[in-house]
Ligand binder design. Structure first.
Ligand code: DWN
Length: 395
């Protein structure tokens, strides 16, 4: 793994602090956020990995149902799965609060979610939920009860698990020979194009490309047969994967096309990542300069969406509460808490909290369209947004 990016010392994302933590001066865990490229597998990953047990505990705040964009995307996919695949069971790895599986018949779904606070939600709704980490032991347990599974789905989860060989070995073990695996995660190509360096933080151990996914799964007798580009999470890829032994499914043109796009962008070449590093440095300088100019004019700036991604931005650019008065967010487990590292207050979203605000920094830039639609009043009275994607600017 060859390092190309250093984002400095960072706190763990999603570890929001309470007021009591601040009063007691709770010691936060920091780690060195460095990103590297593996020339053999073409995999991009962070270099210092934090244990899953520390990151995905029983108090995990992120809820995928908090955005309409995501619930709409899951609904659309569910309809497709029901239409195209007559599966006996659907296994979801990383089911979060059930925003995908709520679209399916309860009797046909198996959820895997190690964060017990989230698993509780789907259990309560009557979905069979294993509150365990995905590995071969769990795969064996599931196979002994349900036999082989013909459809496995996982969104924004596999990129969070350090041992990819264990992940795909366990999937291969439980998947039927004619079964389908569908995974989706942020696209490295989009991340590079948009200079979205905030896709790197402790939970995103990997940002996948088609190139790297193909290299990793081949040793587990798996093969990508189709890819779809998604707008979610700032540009994601949905990979449709089958077993190599299944010759009934033909390889779709989209695979060749996307591979060509990645090669055209020279994603197999380390120099591309050095260029990205230089763009990241420039992005930091420009964002800080925009914010400093605004603050010199005594304007009020807040953050919108206290995302894991913003933790990287705030700590790398050293943006604190002197610059951003507070964040607004709708997630119950985040509000009335403080951002990791920078300790900016997170307030429970209310429209009135925007009344005297001049500028909003888009922490959830990936939901720009949804947020702009919601905040027409703010825009109409002359309020402005600040984003760093693809280059820092005021909108
Ligand atoms: O992979 C991951 C992704 C899927 O989710 C995890 N590692 C952690 C998390 O990352 P994130 O925090 O960067 O995700 P989001 O989905 O960009 O977070 C959006 C945040 O913005 C949520 O806290 C909800 C909030 N929000 C809001 O307050 N009002 C979002 C919208 C659309 C809104 O209108």
């Amino acid at each position: 793994m060859k390092k190309f990016l250093d984002l400095g010392l960072q706190p763990l994302a999603n570890k929001y602090l309470t007021k009591k933590d601040l009063i007691n001066r709770k010691k936060e865990q920091f780690y060195h956020l460095e990103v590297g490229f593996d020339n053999k597998t073409k995999l991009v990953s962070i270099l210092n990995k934090i244990s899953s047990y520390k990151m995905f505990d029983n108090d995990y705040p992120y809820r995928s149902s908090m955005s309409k964009t995501m619930t709409d995307s899951f609904k659309k996919l569910s309809k497709k799965i029901i239409r195209d695949y007559k599966s006996r069971f659907i296994l979801e790895i990383g089911s979060n609060d059930g925003s995908l599986i709520q679209n399916f018949n309860k009797k046909k779904v198996i959820c895997v979610e190690p964060c017990k606070n989230l698993a509780k939600i789907t259990k309560k709704k009557g979905f069979k939920t294993y509150d365990e980490y995905w590995d071969i032991n769990l795969a064996k347990k599931i196979k002994s009860k349900y036999r082989n599974i013909d459809l496995i789905y996982s969104a924004n989860t596999l990129s969070h698990i350090a041992n990819l060989d264990s992940v795909f070995k366990s999937i291969n073990y439980v998947l039927s020979d004619d079964g389908i695996l569908i995974i989706e995660d942020p696209s490295l190509l989009e991340c590079l194009k948009r200079v979205a360096y905030d896709q790197f933080y402790n939970e995103h151990i990997y940002v996948f490309s088609l190139l790297s996914i193909m290299n990793i799964i081949k040793k587990h007798n798996l093969q990508v047969f189709k890819v779809e580009k998604l707008k979610t999470h700032g540009g994601s890829i949905r990979y449709f994967i089958k077993k190599k032994v299944n010759l009934k499914i033909k390889i779709h043109n989209s695979v060749k096309k996307h591979l060509q796009d990645e090669l055209k962008y020279k994603m197999n070449n380390f120099k591309t990542y050095i260029k990205f590093r230089n763009k990241v440095k420039k992005s930091k300088r420009n964002l800080v300069s925009i914010l400093n100019d605004i603050k010199r004019k005594n304007k009020k700036v807040i953050g919108y969406g206290s995302t894991a991604k913003s933790v990287t931005i705030l700590n790398y650019c050293k943006i604190k509460s002197e610059t951003l008065d507070y964040f607004v967010d709708t997630t119950p487990n985040k509000t009335n808490k403080y951002m990791p590292g920078t300790h900016i207050h997170i307030k429970n979203y209310k429209k009135s909290l925007l009344d005297d605000v001049d500028y909003i920094f888009l922490g959830a830039w990936n939901f720009k369209d949804e947020i702009f639609k919601k905040e027409k009043k703010f825009i109409k009275r002359g309020g402005k947004f600040i984003t760093h994607i693809p280059t820092p600017k005021i909108i």
